[in-house]
Write a protein that binds this ligand. Structure first.
Ligand SMILES: [Zn+2]
Length: 49
């Protein structure tokens, strides 16, 4: 299951499906940010990893 920028998928680690960049959400209210590698303009999706 993939998640998009702005979603609140809950705490955990998420990896960009286009590159190796990952982000860890430590609060259930956190939203997925734009990928730190692909950039804000990309249609980035994330998977749990
Ligand atoms: Zn990326």
């Amino acid at each position: 299951m993939a998640f998009s920028i702005g979603e609140k998928p809950g705490t955990g680690r998420y990896c960009c499906t286009s590159c190796d960049w990952s982000v860890t959400l430590d609060d259930a209210r956190d939203t997925l940010p734009p990928c730190g590698n692909c950039g804000a303009g990309q249609n980035t999706t994330y998977n749990r990893c």
